[in-house]
Design a protein around this ligand. Structure first.
Ligand SMILES: Nc1ncnc2c1ncn2[C@@H]1O[C@H](COP(=O)(O)OP(=O)(O)OP(=O)(O)O)[C@@H](O)[C@H]1O
Length: 288
């Protein structure tokens, strides 16, 4: 088992030494081919962590290493899927154009770009939509385009920031299963942030639970469920229910009296539609 991502003693304080510390002493690893989910209370510093891992900002303390190289800027072999597909796809490009777009800046020749885009669109079941524009697709289909675009880059690490939070429950379940299928087929290494406890246990090989801000890792839970997951039978598995309860208990805020009861099945880590700063930065950076 090789290490794909190593985060060591990571800390970030906004506004200098006397400012606000969002994350502190954060350490974890992600192995090659693993799907690791991160859950944490709202505002605990998940986006700050993802920004540091993706090289979009320089953390105040600690190190991030991707395939043993220190991350000091956005690495070529990293792709990110954001929550808000409407802000991450380019409306003036076709589906195929969107998927090919990041390959252009990587200097990949046109024929190879087309081939890779076709492969990625096939993996997400969108071959027939290649010539359409994002506005002609449903939200779930648009998010599949965003996933195809990330896959076409053949990233060493795929970062996903609340990728299914903006779609309806049925589409969310379909996209979760699509991610599991693609991850298994392509052996992609994935680090996914979610507010949804069920989703984290359903998708992950391991769930990292973060504390309230400044975020640190309070638990690193291996998900010892059968590799083959099913939206109904997996969620009925007593071990799934046990793990879900464990994550909910770890996330429970002692000061919150409402959290003193048993966690509800659809309990979430405190979702708020956190404005997707990462998404905005990425689109701004990529606009021609
Ligand atoms: N640029 C910034 N300057 C100052 N403080 C910031 C900045 N960005 C984030 N913060 C603060 O750092 C803390 C962590 O923010 P972050 O967005 O990383 O949390 P999060 O866990 O992703 O939130 P959410 O769950 O709502 O998406 C918050 O209190 C936030 O107000």
């Amino acid at each position: 088992m090789t290490t794909m991502l190593q985060v060591t003693d990571l800390g970030h304080t906004y506004g200098g030494d006397a400012g606000y510390t969002a994350i502190d002493d954060l350490s974890f690893t992600v192995n090659t081919g693993e799907l690791v989910c991160i859950v944490g209370p709202s505002g605990c510093g998940k986006s700050t962590l993802l920004r540091s891992v993706s090289g979009l900002h320089r953390p105040s303390r600690g190190t991030v290493r991707l395939q043993d190289d220190a991350v000091t800027g956005v690495p070529e072999d990293l792709a990110v899927v954001f929550q808000d597909y409407s802000r991450s796809l380019f409306p003036w490009l076709t589906v195929a154009g969107n998927v090919e777009f990041p390959l252009r800046s990587r200097g990949i020749p046109a024929a190879q770009r087309k081939e890779r885009a076709a492969e990625a669109l096939e993996a997400v079941g969108l071959t027939k939509a290649a010539a359409k524009y994002p506005r002609q697709l449903s939200g779930g289909m648009q998010q599949r385009v965003a996933i195809a675009r990330a896959l076409a880059c053949r990233p060493a690490l795929l970062l996903m920031d609340e990728p299914f939070a903006s779609v309806d429950a049925q589409t969310r379940a379909e996209l979760e299963d699509l991610l599991l299928k693609v991850q298994r087929e392509q052996d992609t290494t994935v680090l996914l942030v979610t507010h949804d406890i069920d989703e984290s246990v359903y998708l992950a090989h391991r769930v990292l639970v973060l504390s309230t801000a400044p975020a640190s890792v309070v638990a690193d839970l291996p998900v010892d469920l059968p590799a083959e997951r099913d939206q109904i039978t997996t969620k009925e598995d007593p071990r799934f229910i046990e793990l879900r309860g464990e994550v909910a208990r770890l996330l429970r805020r002692p000061e919150d009296p409402a959290s003193a009861g048993t966690a509800a099945p659809s309990d979430s880590a405190g979702a708020e539609d956190g404005a997707d700063a990462l998404g905005q930065e990425a689109v701004a950076a990529a606009k021609p």
